[in-house]
Write a protein that binds this ligand. Sequence first.
Ligand code: F0G
Length: 496
Amino acid sequence: MPHAFQQCIDPSCAATFDVHEAHVSCPTCVVAGRQSLLDICYDWDRIEPPKSFSFFENRWMTKGEQGEGALDFSGVWRFRELLPFYSTEADIVTIGEGRTNLQVAQLLAREVGLRSGTLLLQYEGLNPSGSFKDNGMTAAFTHARMVGAQRVACASTGNTSASLAMFASLSGVAGIVFIGTGKIAFGKLSQALDYGARTLQIQGDFDACLRRIRQIVATGPDLGIYLMNSVNPFRLEGQKAIMYRVLEAMNWQIPDWIVVPGGNLGNCSAFAKAFAELQAIGLVDRIPRLAVIQATGANPLYALHTEQHIRWNGGRYDREAIDRFYEQRGAASFKATTIASAIEIGHPVNLPKALRALDIMNGVVRQVDDETIMEHKALVGRYGFGCEPASAASVAGAHLLVEEGVIDRDARVVCILTGHELKDPDATVKYHTGVDMKAVQDNAPRSTPTGRLANRPIPVLDDLKAIIEAIGVTADAIPRSAVDPDPLNRLPVSEY
Ligand code: F0G
């Protein structure tokens, strides 16, 4: 058995795969007509990870553009012994991600009912592309390099596409992003265009985009597209580093709560994996509690975990109840809607991993409405560096949990601010002035861009053949399975 491998998270399957393979779900389960996610697992006995956190601190002294210096400069790869899936350090793709701040938010603490000094904000918006996604992209691009991928793609509510586009342009591979029409904040769209990604604007929302891209990737190697969404288990390996940096900034003390917004539920899944592994290798003796905060208009985890009490249950979670839930929502034509466009997701792909994360971290899930999100976004801005709407859901959720008495007023609470304030200035301007910049943009005069590098988004119908053509692959190259029958169409709706 190699020291690192991929493994199906369903304990009744637990199939393993080499790290040099690229999968978007467990191939063994697909043959059995199911979908299941994969984890990256390590044989820690063979790896012999560091015995104390001070090992990582020593790296603060190294600097440099290349080699170990570049790795030590990265807030992800500084902890490389905790995500050792790469074959050699030459595989690692890094752009100096993860140099982010944990700030004590004394004034904000009072506003949310915590005693002064107990609220800490982890500003992930300070990453190179302005969101926490860079933590995951550096790891997924490293894996893409290991498997020789030349084309990478994602569906996105905006931040994943910005991060993918940046890493793709810097590492010299073709980036393709799928975004829902009218569903993405302008700051994020402008990044994908500026970094030169082929940007397909699909007539539909994020859920439709992700479903399509998974269909396209599932058609096999013919199209040669490597998927960068958080169904890619390597993404989550990088996102574990957010927790390492929180601990590092707290001088290796363990907070009482980690509060994080939940959309596609990759981040919360990664956080729990980080702590489970740290405990397994003896670097921590206690795991903080987790609070996942969703928007009321995009709340599947809240509905299933808090209202319907669905639990991980050792991997035997109630799949039928989940299918029924999505069927009912489908029958009612439910579409996720929230001002926090980053988390406007109705079918989170990492739902099973999120259930597992809640189990590992004794977690809770809450929902907060758009007005409350925007009030808390304004509070974060008033007392700090600011954040985008989705990120403020974490602070709003912490406030709610303090009021409920679930979070103790003396608890040490870390809220993850996932994206930069300037990602969605329209939301901020509307909150403060009442001017609806989105409506202004919709009616703004248009002209043909003349810039030599102008990179216009390509509008495409929510249709598989049209999308594949827009990607730039000729119709002849489309494998039959991509068109008919469509393998993902046969799966229960909860599983795409
Ligand atoms: N906050 C921000 C700013 C995000 O961009 C996202 C996800 C989340 C929170 C939710 O994180 O999916 O790990 O639960 N954005 C994705 C995207 C979906 O496409 O940019 P999650």
